[in-house]
Design a binder for this molecule. Structure first.
Ligand code: PLP
Length: 449
């Protein structure tokens, strides 16, 4: 059976049947899929096509990842060429594309780093934990760092974690820097960064010598996009240096231009010890991710073979030459088209447009950095009581019925009331206008509040 972009109801129906009978999908309820599904057959730029011929503006770039946009045929050529030359060999040996990609990443980070390749953002963070390993990691409540047991434990989304308890207990959580819903009920700057003091108190309470690292996603995506105050990350870095603790930054979503710079931590002039990257590294054209470590960390694993100090883990596909070759070209495209700058410019334009939605009193907050944006809906601006899940679903359904795909915060009951946007960085002004217009009509049409 083959699918093309030409609408073909019979083929669509056959795929739906084949899928429902055989596939187990992630996180979605199959009962819902029986009546409401998409069969994606093609994509170009920021638009994806269903087998029924419907075009959707993908304002989430898949899962926050197709940064260079869909349909770049030259990446198919790069992949084909690399498959012909060398499709695979384990990364215990060296290969040209992975070496070139690691060099590229080191350059983008400003130098002084080595890169360990894996296949997903979860693995990139998990390898970070193992590399930092000296007992505990401090991370934030409501964060998302991946779906493996350790990364779930590191994350702070109770609802996502609950079904898999108990965990190892190696992750200690601190308050998230989310100013619109400050966990301390304070306001910036008079709060004097209570969230950073909370980290220091936790380090002292746990015993600094037992803490390996502090893990942060610069702009927290999972809570519906929370941008910290500008001095938050520099102060967290200072704490890490004060107590000899590694700073591990999750750039899985934030990286590769998403927030208006190549990496989000570069907005804050900090120098992390461990950086997890994924998604935008290849714009999801092929799976690849990496744990990037400072040379000082790398050197702690360096020695005679007899000392047994090497990084004691391996994965079959790490440093895959085809994925690496595609990732290198993906980054070259980003550089040539200045997509990080474009993200800053289009992000500001889109955010300005979204602010006009404040005319609906249900819009409590509009926030974001670059093309990573959140629109939080509340029943009452004074109390900030979140709107119900069914209302966000109704808005998402309205948008979808009108050719627009949006996302929502992943914090379940607590943060599921935020619409998230993370479109391809090639999105046009006209497409940004369409997002604003469709959301405006959705908020006008659906009774929210
Ligand atoms: C911030 C963050 N870290 C890690 C991950 C895990 O990445 P993956 O799904 O590739 O394992 C995600 C996934 O969305 C993420 O948003």
């Amino acid at each position: 059976m083959s699918l093309t972009n030409a609408p073909d109801p019979a083929v669509r129906q056959a795929v739906v049947r084949q899928d429902l009978d055989n596939v187990l999908h992630p996180i979605v309820q199959h009962k819902v899929l029986e009546t409401k599904q998409m069969v994606v057959t093609g994509a170009q730029g920021s638009t994806i096509y269903d087998a029924d011929g419907t075009a959707y503006l993908d304002a989430m770039a898949g899962l926050w990842c197709v940064n260079i946009g869909y349909g770049r045929a030259e990446l198919a050529e790069v992949a084909a060429e690399q498959v012909r030359e060398l499709a695979y060999f384990p990364h215990t040996a060296m290969n040209k594309p992975a070496a070139a990609l690691a060099e590229k990443i080191n350059g983008l980070m400003g130098g002084g780093y080595h890169t360990y390749f894996v296949n997903s953002g979860s693995e990139a963070n998990e390898a970070g934990f193992k590399i930092a390993r000296r007992f505990k990691t401090i991370s934030r409540y409501f964060a998302y760092h991946g779906t493996t047991l350790a990364t779930l434990d590191a994350g702070g989304m109770g609802e996502r974690k609950a079904k898999f308890e108990p965990y190892s207990g190696d992750f200690v959580h601190v308050a998230q820097p989310h100013c619109y819903r400050c966990p301390f009920g304070l306001s910036y700057p008079s709060c004097e960064l209570a969230c950073v003091k909370n980290i220091e108190n936790t380090i002292l309470g746990e015993g600094p010598e037992t803490v390996a690292e502090v893990l942060v996603e610069p702009v927290m995506s999972g809570v519906g996009v929370a941008v910290p105050p500008d001095d938050y990350l520099p102060e967290v870095e200072k704490l890490c240096r004060k107590y000899g603790i590694l700073l591990h930054v999750d750039e899985v979503i934030n990286g590769f231009g998403r927030t208006g710079k190549m990496f989000a931590h570069q907005h804050y002039n900090i120098s992390p010890d461990i950086i997890a990257i994924a998604k935008g590294i290849s714009s999801a054209y092929l799976p690849i991710a990496a744990t990037v470590v400072k040379n000082e960390v790398f050197e702690s694993f360096y020695g005679e073979a007899s000392e047994n100090r090497q990084v004691m883990q391996v994965n079959t596909y790490g440093g895959h030459p085809v994925s690496a070759a595609v990732a290198v070209r993906n980054i070259e495209i980003m550089e040539a088209e200045k997509l990080a700058d474009r993200s800053a410019e289009m992000g500001a334009y889109l955010q300005d447009g979204l602010r006009t939605l404040m005319r609906h009193k249900v819009v409590g907050d509009v926030r974001g950095k670059g093309l990573l944006l959140g629109i939080e809906l509340v029943k009452d601006r004074a109390t900030k009581e979140p709107v119900g899940a069914e209302q966000i679903t109704a808005i998402a359904d309205f948008c979808r019925d009108n050719g627009l795909l949006i996302g929502r915060g992943g914090g379940g009951r607590r943060y599921g009331n935020t619409i998230t946007l993370s479109p391809p960085l090639v999105i046009t002004r006209a497409e940004c206008d369409r997002i604003v217009d469709t959301l405006d009509r959705a908020l006008e049409t659906i009774h929210v509040g």
